[in-house]
Design a protein around this ligand. Structure first.
Ligand code: HEC
Length: 110
């Protein structure tokens, strides 16, 4: 393989690697969370209503949510009666992106 080709491939995989790491909270939200919690965080999606999700634009809901509980829910997922309601994201998202998502949810408060 020619050196230029090798360099091009190395550059490409680096771009992918850094691109994945730098996923913004809004991209992560839209790709992983919005189908249940809604793009706006109100949980007014079809699945969201079925799961009776909290409305993250509601100030009272925000007050009752603790940051560490939110981080834990995103990392470990949420189960009820042994049934998984929300999957764990710790293998998909680095810690820094999980913290960013919590900050993103905080900004949904009206
Ligand atoms: C399959 C649907 C589904 C997806 C996808 C999903 N969630 Fe959840 N999430 C739930 C359910 C169900 C609960 C627990 C019920 C509740 O109390 O709202 C929950 C709870 C939470 C909580 C704990 C606070 C709370 O409302 O009790 C946070 C924070 C949260 N989700 C954030 C996220 C983030 C961030 C993502 C994307 C990385 C995500 N969720 C993806 C269904 C989902």
């Amino acid at each position: 393989m020619k050196t230029t080709t090798k360099l091009a491939i190395a550059g490409l995989s680096l771009a992918f690697a850094t691109g994945a790491y730098a996923a913004s909270a809004s991209d992560n939200w839209d790709n992983n969370c919005a189908k249940c919690h809604g793009a706006d965080g109100t949980g007014s999606t079809k699945i969201g209503k079925k799961l009776k999700l909290k409305d993250y634009t509601d100030a009272a809901v925000q007050t009752n949510l603790k940051d560490d509980e939110m981080v834990k829910a995103i990392k470990e997922g949420v189960s009820e009666g042994g049934k998984e309601k929300m999957k764990a994201f710790k293998d998909d998202l680095p810690d820094a992106e999980i913290t960013d998502l919590v900050a993103y949810i905080r900004k949904m408060k009206k």
